[in-house]
Design a protein around this ligand. Structure first.
Ligand code: FPP
Length: 232
């Protein structure tokens, strides 16, 4: 969700106002994604690298998240959304963590869209952590190195249980993944738009999905193989 700072700067506003407007868009996109029946939505709200920002900005973002978790809990539950937070959760302030755990617990049996907020998230750290946990299982004798598969590796990532992303949307014209779902994004379609996140509403979101739906995903196969009646 990139471009909050630039959106605010263009209007002569403090960066915090860009984040506040960005949080409103995030809420609209969550509602839209759930209404159109998406299986899962992951929002990259705070990266491991974002801890390097000024303390004041970090504090503001954490406050926004805490407010969101409190104010929107009822909507999330009544819309049958299952909520989770992925990332280095132990680094988050206690009040944000409490909001996360409450909402995860109260939405755990919901059967609609999975909503994951990536918070203090970094994909390299996630991969290293998965490798550590797999290595401990090997040492304790629970797993043999030769039995490690892509599926087992994937099950040790924070996103275990979520499908790999079909589509990754990057706003504000940046064309890099910035440490987001590096393992999971192997076959994802990338949609890059110049639009700044606070200007990226449901209309733009549906446009991105509409463009995505015209793409032919071959997963390394030929078009002829994919068109075969026995194709997966
Ligand atoms: C990156 O834009 C954005 C962030 C680091 C924060 C994103 C967080 C939100 C949109 C709030 C999320 C809240 C909820 C409730 C889900 P930037 O500030 O780096 O923008 P810039 O590159 O233009 O400076």
């Amino acid at each position: 969700m990139d471009g909050n700072g630039r959106w605010a700067k263009k209007r002569g506003l403090p960066r915090a106002m860009g984040h506040r407007e960005g949080a409103k868009r995030a809420d609209e996109i969550i509602r839209c994604a759930s209404e159109i029946g998406l299986d899962s939505l992951v929002l990259y709200a705070f990266s491991t690298e974002n801890w390097r920002r000024p303390q004041e900005e970090i504090g503001f973002l954490m406050g926004l998240l805490k407010d969101y978790l409190i104010k929107k809990a009822r909507d999330i539950i009544s819309n049958n959304i299952r909520f989770m937070a992925i990332g280095e959760r132990h680094l988050l302030p206690a009040d944000v963590m409490a909001g996360i755990v409450d909402l995860e617990t109260s939405s755990v049996s919901n059967t609609g869209m999975n909503l994951a907020l990536a918070l203090s998230y970094g994909s390299r750290q996630e991969i290293v952590e998965a490798a550590r946990r797999i290595a401990s299982r090997c040492i304790s004798g629970g797993l043999k190195p030769e039995d490690i598969t892509e599926k087992i590796f994937s099950d040790h990532l924070y996103t275990s249980g979520l499908p790999d992303p079909d589509l990754i949307i990057r706003t504000s014209g940046e064309s890099r993944l910035s440490n987001f779902l590096l393992f999971q994004a192997a076959y994802s379609e990338l949609y890059i738009t110049e639009t700044l996140w606070p200007d990226f509403g449901p209309e733009q979101f549906l446009e991105a999905i509409s463009i995505y739906s015209t793409k032919k995903r071959r997963f390394g196969m030929t078009s002829e193989q994919l068109n075969h009646p026995c194709a997966p």
